[in-house]
Write a protein that binds this ligand. Structure first.
Ligand code: MRU
Length: 362
């Protein structure tokens, strides 16, 4: 995608294969800061502290983290230790474990001398495949937006939650890929952007990236979505996913479930966009089995932003000593999901369809 008119990805490897460049997303939308990560430990910190976030992007970052580890010590024990540490950075998005398992499966059978080069190649392959996957999600989701446009004049009204755009992936995004595909073919689209408390990925990231790409959007409070749906101002809800269980339950950023309930009540289609690396067939029941990340209460009791004089400020919202609970994700039951937009096509959120999808059929 583009920043200030210039193409940019969310990560890229150094030409000398000795570092990974990432955007420090904590600084957005006020500063575009590129950080250089030179080891697995730094990649772990970047994922844990959300310099990078979004399920596909943390998977790709972890893959490069393991490749950086392989440059210094590629012995079985060192790789396994680094993979375990990287995997522990965030528990919910399964793409992290998926990417690390793929890296280990590729590397552990190789002679030691070949591992560093193979690790870098594999990390690059994961990143490149992510880009192609997301473009395919965009192609498969586009007909949903075309169908709305064919029914009535005016822009297609999309509502999205959190950030599942290019910043959450290597490029293009998942939920926003159909929006960018629509824009590319001249279909008018407008996006309602949930602010997405408590970390405000909608306000700081989705709003920024849509603005950079020239897609019209309006920021709304998280609680406004149901009201807009009642008023007929939302044609379709498009969200990303962090893990989808075998029964089709969709785990995504906290608050997604409430959007799905409001969408069902108002007859608004609710689609989740998902690369196959987000599917976890080892879990039968998403609501019971998907681990939900509990984050620091400070994300609720305090808020960050830029003061009018340009300084970066953290401000306390809640009373001193206030207790706060901060589950970062929720699970939308499969019955509320109109379909899953994948790189192979749109599939129902149902066990048989998801097993077929894993075998390459949509
Ligand atoms: O906590 P985050 O910012 O990593 O959460 C991200 C989301 O919930 C995204 O919507 C999800 O990862 C899908 S990403 C394409």
């Amino acid at each position: 995608m583009h920043v200030d008119g210039r193409p940019l990805r969310t990560l890229w490897g150094a030409t000398d294969r000795d570092a990974l460049h990432v955007i420090d997303q904590r600084q957005l939308p006020h500063r575009l800061c590129i950080e250089r990560l030179t080891g697995a430990e730094q990649a772990h910190v970047a994922i844990r502290d959300m310099w990078v976030r979004g399920a596909p992007l943390i998977g790709a970052t972890a893959a490069y983290g393991l490749a950086l580890q392989a440059r210094t010590d590629a012995a079985d024990a060192a790789l396994r230790r680094a993979a375990q540490q990287l995997a522990s950075a965030r528990p919910t998005a399964v793409n992290l474990a998926w990417a690390l398992q793929r890296m280990l499966a590729r590397l552990l059978g190789l002679p030691l001398a070949q591992r560093a080069a193979a690790a870098w190649d594999e990390a690059e392959a994961i990143a490149e495949e992510d880009v192609a996957t997301n473009q395919a999600i965009g192609r498969h989701g586009l007909p949903l937006l075309r169908a709305v446009a064919a029914r009535r004049p005016g822009p297609v009204q999309v509502l999205t939650h959190c950030n599942a755009g290019w910043l959450a992936t290597v490029d293009w995004g998942t939920a926003l890929a159909p929006v960018y595909a629509a824009q590319a073919e001249g279909l008018p689209v407008h996006v309602w952007v949930d602010e997405t408390r408590p970390r405000n990925q909608g306000a700081s990231l989705t709003a920024w990236e849509l603005g950079q790409q020239g897609v019209p959007y309006t920021l709304i409070a998280d609680n406004a979505g149901g009201h807009l749906m009642q008023r007929g101002q939302v044609d379709i809800v498009l969200v990303g996913c962090d893990r989808v269980a075998a029964n089709g339950d969709v785990c995504n950023k906290i608050g997604t479930y409430l959007k799905a309930l409001a969408a069902r009540d108002n007859g608004v289609p609710f689609y989740a966009a998902m690369p196959r690396s987000t599917l976890d067939l080892s879990l039968r029941d998403g609501r019971r089995e998907i681990p939900i990340e509990e984050r620091d209460a400070r994300e609720l009791t305090h808020i960050h932003g830029r003061a009018t004089d340009g300084r970066w400020l953290e401000v306390q919202l809640a009373p001193d000593g206030c207790r706060a609970a901060n589950p970062a994700f929720d699970v939308t039951p499969a019955a509320l999901v109109s379909g899953l937009i994948t790189e192979l096509g749109i599939v129902p959120a149902q066990a048989d369809a998801l097993h077929a999808l894993m075998e390459g059929q949509a």
